[in-house]
Design a protein around this ligand. Structure first.
Ligand SMILES: [Zn+2]
Length: 355
């Protein structure tokens, strides 16, 4: 991890981003351009190795790069330690994280800890972690993501991503739409707490949310162009976080609601689905256009209620009530309002999130 004096603003950005049908086939030229020699390590799950990891391995090996493969199924501190031990033993010059959330998170943190770069090869579009410099790892004592390092390159093959369950795309849309309220919270923190606010990073996150909102008709099963829109929006969100130097442009009260719900029910719904519902609630609390967020989520067939998330009404109210305490230092509308239980219930009822 990189530590700089607080007077500096540090940005770490991806160097190469390749998006499109068959993008994985471009890996050898990317490796060559980046000057990566010696050996590589692939971190993948069983499924992600089958759909993409094996191809990455073959391409690297046919270009004289020796490859070792490490399988992980989750992103716990145990998984990260295991990958770190493999890095120590094999001494690869680069790590490839192939998969959805957990494999990329495990690759991200372990490579940062061992001081080597990692390349993100996403197989799903369920959230913006595929391109962000933050990792969410269980066992770190924090239910939210922490800053680690940005990917050196992102190779996103829409042919591979199209094979993932549609629900993961819906989740990615929810995560992107939730930037509307994340940025509002960030602005609020600047106004009330004089927190650093970066206009450029905020604009980038908002642009991603608008892009997805505008292209709802395109982001439909079987439409490769729609996947590309979402993919580029998620990558822009990752870059926004790199520029901000924190998750601020992409994570506000709606994310705190999602983290609280994870703590309450163990994460029954997907991250982006929960953040989408959180964004409806957060927009309502901000006095914003929560109906527009709700109607956009409906266009994607994303959940907009407790029933849609598969949770009890009571859990939604509890999550909203405890959300601010999940991260007391991240000032949001929830911290400003300090809602009572009744206030939380009223917000959830008025937005139709609970019956
Ligand atoms: Zn998110």
């Amino acid at each position: 991890m990189i530590v700089l004096a607080s007077s500096y603003h540090y940005m770490q950005l991806p160097r190469e981003v390749i998006v499109g049908k068959g993008a994985i086939a471009r890996i050898p030229e990317v490796v060559q351009r980046l000057g990566l020699t010696g050996s590589a390590m692939i971190v993948a799950g069983q499924k992600s190795f089958e759909v993409a990891g094996k191809k990455v391995q073959d391409l690297l090996e046919s270009n004289s790069i020796s490859v070792s493969v490490v399988r992980v199924n989750t992103a716990t501190i145990k998984d990260v330690t295991f990958v770190e031990e493999q890095i120590k033993a094999e001494k690869p010059s680069v790590l490839f994280g192939v998969g959805g959330g957990s494999k990329i998170d495990a690759a991200k943190l372990s490579s940062a800890e061992r001081g080597i770069p990692y390349v993100s090869v996403p197989t799903t579009l369920s959230h913006d972690g595929i391109a962000s410099p933050l990792a969410s790892v269980k066992g770190l004592g924090k239910p939210y993501s922490v800053m680690v390092q940005a990917p050196l390159a992102i190779i996103a093959d829409t042919e591979v991503i199209a094979m993932a369950p549609w629900r993961s795309v819906v989740s990615g849309c929810g995560d992107t739409i939730s930037k509307f309220t994340a940025v509002r919270d960030w602005r609020l923190a600047q106004a009330d707490k004089n927190e650093y606010y970066g206009e450029y990073a905020a604009s980038l996150a908002l642009m991603s949310a608008r892009l997805v909102m505008r292209n709802a008709g395109l982001i439909q099963p079987g439409n490769e162009e729609g996947l590309r829109v979402l993919l580029e929006a998620l990558i822009s969100c990752g870059v926004a976080m790199s520029i901000a130097g924190s998750s601020r442009p992409c994570s506000g009260s709606e994310h705190l609601f999602s983290h609280a719900l994870d703590l309450i029910d163990g994460g029954k719904a997907m991250h982006g689905e929960q953040c989408g519902v959180g964004a409806i609630l957060a927009a309502y609390l901000h006095g914003g256009n929560w109906r527009r967020i709700r109607s956009t989520l409906r266009e994607f067939n994303a959940p907009t209620s407790a029933i849609g998330l598969g949770v009890e009404d009571e859990d939604v109210v509890r999550a909203l009530e405890m959300a601010a305490s999940v991260r007391p230092e991240r000032y949001t509308i929830l911290h400003k309002l300090g809602l009572s239980r009744e206030g939380c219930e009223k917000a959830a009822k008025n937005t139709g999130v609970i019956g």
